[in-house]
Design a binder for this molecule. Structure first.
Ligand SMILES: [Zn+2]
Length: 87
């Protein structure tokens, strides 16, 4: 009798460093504050999104979808790509 299969595994891909990052220095993880500094692994401007090396999905309106399903609301004006704005 096998009754141990009722335990659901909840620890699939959550809270781990992305093993696919081959960069030096390594990209920031998805739960670090500068997650957007990770390298792009896929860029689809025609669809309005980019995939970062750490698994973060970055949308052109600066919204983000984290690998664990968390949604980050847009927080930068459109069109200013990391450029300092004086006004
Ligand atoms: Zn990387």
């Amino acid at each position: 009798m096998n009754t141990s299969s009722s335990r659901r595994t909840f620890t699939t891909t959550q809270r781990k460093n992305p093993a696919m990052c081959q960069h030096q220095p390594p990209c920031p993880t998805a739960d670090s504050a500068d997650r957007e500094a990770a390298r792009l692994t896929a860029h689809h401007p025609e669809q309005g999104w980019s995939l970062l090396c750490n698994g973060v999905l970055l949308f052109e309106d600066t919204g983000e979808l984290l690998p664990d399903g968390q949604i980050i609301a847009p927080h930068r004006p459109l069109g200013t790509d990391r450029v300092m704005r004086a006004a």
